[in-house]
Design a protein around this ligand. Structure first.
Ligand code: NAD
Length: 289
């Protein structure tokens, strides 16, 4: 389907611009002998996690950030994981630490994530960083929500007073995004699995963001004419030819004629998430200067 270029919010293009700046900052820090390294912690052999980690490592390498791989087997205990995280907290060459989600249910993910030194918490998931975000203190901000706001502002710089509807209330996307949009002076509504008449509410949004993981949940009945639509959702599927594909939450072709701008899946929010991870790693390293 032919889509007018000015409607398509290509995260890949915006992410490339951000990464150019991040690479400059990385070079500058290295010239001052500031170490730059992310420890990628993963548990087990989840195939999707492996794909994400490979991509993150590759981009880190391209801008001069070292990767430290820490893969643990499925039977690792919470205590062992916390011990290893505390060791990474002490290392000067590790300026960022990330736990690749999902992790096995046998591990207490809350305890593990909160064992990360908040100054190295490049995903921005620790209680300290979330608390600092909500109270508007300097902090490391979750990457996907930052990417969503940058995409929205690339279409409309001033979103003060706009009605933003977020579908999904997770700690990693929906909730921190609601805070960032409040800080932009939007009126924010968060919908979730128990919301009544979500379609009716979504249809009042100037900015509609879906972060659910349900393919094609959002169709034209959910979209106000002229809305900016950000599709965070990713569902892995296989097409009729047996080829792997990614599907978003938004029925792209069904809504395209109604929207002002829309992110594709893939190539929309995903690249922005990684770009902001790199930016957070630079920001984290600066905390140790
Ligand atoms: P999650 O499972 O933690 O949260 C999903 C949320 O959707 C929940 O709050 C739930 O209440 C809500 N929900 C479920 N069904 C609903 C329905 N029918 N109507 C309204 N709300 C409903 O998921 P998550 O970790 O926040 O991720 C959400 C999606 O975003 C997933 O597809 C994930 O793969 C994707 N994701 C993409 C990126 C990226 O960089 N592109 C980053 C993070 C997550």
């Amino acid at each position: 389907m032919e889509v007018a270029n000015n409607k398509l919010l290509k995260g890949a293009d915006l992410a490339a611009k951000l990464l150019m700046q991040v690479a400059k900052d990385a070079k500058d820090l290295k010239s001052k002998d500031v170490p730059l390294g992310i420890a990628f912690i993963s548990i087990g052999e989840d195939p999707a996690s492996k794909v994400y980690l490979t991509r993150k490592r590759k981009i880190a390498a391209s801008i001069g950030i070292e990767s430290i791989d820490c893969n643990f087997n499925e039977n690792t205990s919470t205590e062992k994981l916390i011990y290893e995280i505390e060791e990474l907290n002490k290392r000067k060459d590790v300026t960022g630490i990330l736990v690749q989600l999902p992790i096995p249910k046998s591990i207490d993910s809350f305890k593990a994530i909160n064992a990360i030194d908040p100054k190295k918490d490049v995903d921005g998931f620790t209680v300290e960083n979330i608390g600092r975000l909500i109270t508007k203190q300097k902090c490391l901000v979750p990457c996907t929500p930052q990417g969503c706001v940058a995409l929205i502002k690339s279409v409309e710089q001033n979103i003060s007073g706009a009605h933003a509807v977020i579908i999904g209330r997770s700690h990693i996307v929906g909730r921190p995004l609601s805070e960032l949009l409040l800080q932009e002076n939007c009126s924010v509504t968060v919908l979730h699995s128990r919301s009544k008449k979500p379609e009716e509410i979504a249809r009042t949004a100037d900015i509609l963001i879906s972060a659910v993981g349900e393919p094609k949940l959002v169709h034209e009945g959910w979209v106000k004419p002229g809305a900016i639509v950000i599709d965070v959702g990713i569902t892995r599927a296989v097409d009729e030819n047996g080829k792997k594909k990614l599907i978003g939450d938004v029925d792209f072709e069904n809504v395209i004629n109604k929207v002002k701008a829309i992110t594709p899946v893939p190539g929309g929010v995903g690249p922005m998430t990684i770009a902001y991870l790199m930016k957070n790693t630079i920001d984290a390293a600066k905390l140790f200067i």
